[in-house]
Ligand binder design. Structure first.
Ligand code: SF4
Ligand code: SF4
Length: 193
């Protein structure tokens, strides 16, 4: 069997990181992503995380799924500091580096969690689709995303939230759009949500 390719070694990871480089998390988000979901990672991430704290890494459980071995830490993440900041930021796992994006195992598309940052990115993505690809923004989608953002921010169980998928091709075009539109996020830019 061939060696499993890690997400961080794929062009998908680069596309996501490029999009994220245009954004910052809202200061008032209480780091929900570190508090409400299991943090899953592979052996290489575990090795790196161990350098931040061996004791805290011991909370990771070994999980075998469909023949693959990975590690999982139950929330809240032990690396989350009292000030709400990650205490292992430079050594955080791949899944943390791409949040609020989430990758399908087929690596052909990505999904976005509807946290406050995810909603901001989706708002811009839908505007990009509308402006550049001439695709409508369905009101129902906006309403569903607003509702999902509310659930994400207030519920301890976010298994029902709507995850919007983006093809890799559109993600690449969106990244180029963000890079090229110098003034696209000026003070008069209105968010859909
Ligand atoms: S990625 Fe989302 S949930 Fe996590 S800190 Fe940023 S806004 Fe909050
Ligand atoms: S490692 Fe850091 S970024 Fe990742 S879940 Fe834990 S506290 Fe959050």
């Amino acid at each position: 069997m061939g060696k499993k390719i890690r997400l961080s070694d794929t062009p998908t990871f680069d596309l996501i990181v490029n999009v994220l480089s245009n954004y910052q998390c809202p200061v008032d988000c209480p780091s929900l992503c570190c508090k409400i979901q299991n943090i899953d990672f592979d052996g290489k991430d575990l090795k790196i995380l161990r350098k931040a704290s061996k004791t805290k890494t011991e909370k990771a459980e070994r999980v075998r799924y469909k023949g693959s071995l990975y590690y999982s830490i139950e929330p809240p993440c032990p690396f989350l500091g009292d000030t709400g900041k990650c205490t292992s930021y430079d050594r955080r796992p791949t899944v943390c580096r791409i949040y609020p994006f989430n990758c399908d195992s087929d690596n052909l598309s990505v999904k976005i969690y509807p946290c406050d940052l995810g909603i901001k990115i989706l708002s811009d993505f839908l505007k990009f689709r509308n402006e550049k690809l001439k695709l409508d923004i369905p009101q129902k989608l906006i309403d569903d995303l607003k509702a999902s953002n509310e659930i994400f921010n207030t519920s301890e169980d976010n298994s029902d939230v709507l995850l919007v998928g983006i093809t890799l091709n559109n993600l690449e075009l969106f990244g180029e759009y963000l890079d090229s539109e110098q003034n696209w996020r000026n003070p008069t830019h209105t968010l859909l949500f």
